[in-house]
Design a protein around this ligand. Structure first.
Ligand code: SAM
Length: 290
């Protein structure tokens, strides 16, 4: 039987056998806790019907768990030094395909089309934290067919994804994630569950893709531009944020009127607005621009 890499002793043996050097620039913190691994697989609800995309398999710890549960696993790893290790630790699994690439440079929608007939996949990963946001937003914005994304991220980032208006962590990331998916924090994970230990706390978050967007938006890009402009100037009012953003050159009165249709006072701040309100605001501005 295969040695379970969720057991720290087995991970250490593999690292020593291959004299592996951790690369900080790739955000390498390998999981060494079987309970956390079980919890990720369980909450991602993987079945033999599923094709799973894993981003950053490392030495293949979670990949082993995924291969047991899923129909097929595609694992994308940037570090070429890990490829021979993965060939070793995963040699028993015929349903795993390793791709040695930067995940941000891959056309994942195309892979899903070719390998899963366009049927939605599940994404599961212990993410490299330095590119959490581009990875998640890339999957959503490029319309990769997917059911859910279950990922380990920095705890603070998980909080930002899950929170709503009025909370200190609320911002453009909260709104972007919640436009596409329903976020749910599955578990908090302390640094001692990793090797080497990260400096920050971590959390597993599951993002379940909405079947339909929860709000009606005339122009998604315009709405997200408006959201970013509102949060760029956190301590300013929404009206000032929209005015100073500059790129639309909106007359003061148009901004004031659009804000008024929300039933908010003129001094309202962006962080007080829900996704639904940003959608309405952006539709008002869209109507003015067209
Ligand atoms: N899945 C393993 C585990 O849980 O033990 C490793 C997780 S580690 C936090 C992140 C992994 O992502 C590393 O193996 C790292 O080399 C890989 N990685 C970093 N940047 C990447 C990129 N742009 N594309 C693909 N993989 C990347």
């Amino acid at each position: 039987a295969k040695p379970d890499l969720g057991n720290p002793q087995n991970t250490i043996e593999v690292l020593q056998k291959y004299k592996f050097n951790f690369q900080k620039k790739f955000g390498q913190n390998f999981l060494i806790d079987t309970h956390v691994l079980d919890k990720i697989i369980y909450s991602a609800e993987i079945t033999k019907e599923d094709m799973v995309l894993e981003i950053g398999p490392g030495i293949g710890t979670m990949t082993q768990y995924l291969a047991e549960a899923a129909g097929k696993v595609i694992a994308v790893e940037i570090d070429k030094n890990l490829i021979p290790i993965l060939a070793d630790t995963l040699h028993e699994y015929e349903n795993v395909q390793i791709i040695n690439e930067d995940v941000l440079k891959l056309d994942i929608a195309k892979i899903v089309e070719e390998q899963n007939g366009g049927k939605p996949i599940k994404v599961v990963a212990n993410l490299p934290y330095y590119i959490t946001t581009p990875i998640i937003m890339g999957l959503f914005e490029n319309h990769v067919p997917l059911q859910s994304i279950t990922v380990m991220v920095q705890k603070e980032v998980a909080d930002r994804m899950q929170t709503g208006p009025g909370n200190k962590d609320y911002g453009a990331l909260s709104l972007a994630v919640q436009y596409y998916a329903d976020p749910y924090i599955v578990a908090n994970v302390p640094p001692n569950c990793f090797m080497p230990r990260p400096k920050v706390g971590s959390a597993v978050i599951r993002l379940t893709r909405h079947a339909e967007p929860p709000v009606e938006v005339e122009d998604e890009k315009l709405m997200f531009d408006i959201i970013r402009a509102s949060f760029n100037q956190r301590r300013k009012t929404l009206a000032n944020g929209l005015k100073n953003a500059g790129k639309w050159d909106l007359p003061k009165e148009v901004i004031a009127e659009a804000i008024e249709t929300l039933g908010k006072g003129a001094s309202v701040r962006g962080e007080a607005l829900s996704l639904e309100e940003f959608a309405r605001l952006s539709n008002e501005i869209y109507n003015y621009l067209h």
